[in-house]
Design a protein around this ligand. Structure first.
Ligand SMILES: [Mg+2]
Length: 163
């Protein structure tokens, strides 16, 4: 699982755009406060995790920094034991940004790995033959809408592929 725009959407507290955020963040039941960010959980996140943890081992790989990622994961994954968390230090800088060298993961059968990410272009094929691209689920990015249904749809999609 990716983190930003896949499981949560966050904004920096000092973001000059904060006043323009088109809904009420502060006081919203799904908005958490970290040291530097307001973080909104994606709708259906808890239900998605309840489903996923019963069927799969769940891991998170984000290009965000470790401090940032852990401060959020501590709050949203309290009922889930994660297989691993990989962050920016586990990414590679390529061209204009960070990529996740998912294909270099060792000890897993790639036919059994589903990747859920709103930015599939950051999944780096260091060893492209490793990745089963049919198992890459591109989720629409989450920018804070309460009407977002993508995690519900993703759970359905995973369930349809479950074997
Ligand atoms: Mg993302």
């Amino acid at each position: 699982m990716d983190l930003d725009e896949t499981l949560v959407h966050s904004i920096r507290k000092d973001d000059p755009m904060l006043d323009m955020v088109p809904f009420n963040w502060i006081g919203h039941p799904d908005v958490m406060e970290t040291e530097h960010h307001w973080v909104k959980k994606r709708p259906w996140l808890d239900e998605f995790l309840d489903f996923a943890k019963g069927a799969y081992r769940i891991a998170v790989w984000t290009v965000a920094t470790e401090d940032y990622a852990m401060s959020i994961l501590d709050r949203i994954m309290d009922s889930v034991t994660l297989e691993f968390v990989k962050t920016r230090k586990d990414c590679m800088f390529r061209g204009s940004g960070y990529v996740k060298p998912v294909s270099s993961l060792e000890g897993y059968d790639f036919d059994d790995i589903y990747i859920v990410d709103d930015k599939p272009d950051v999944i780096d094929g260091v060893h492209p033959i490793n990745i089963n691209m049919a198992n890459l689920i591109v989720i629409k990015p989450f920018f804070g809408s309460d009407k977002d249904q993508e995690l519900k749809e993703t759970a359905r999609e995973l369930w349809s592929r479950y074997r």
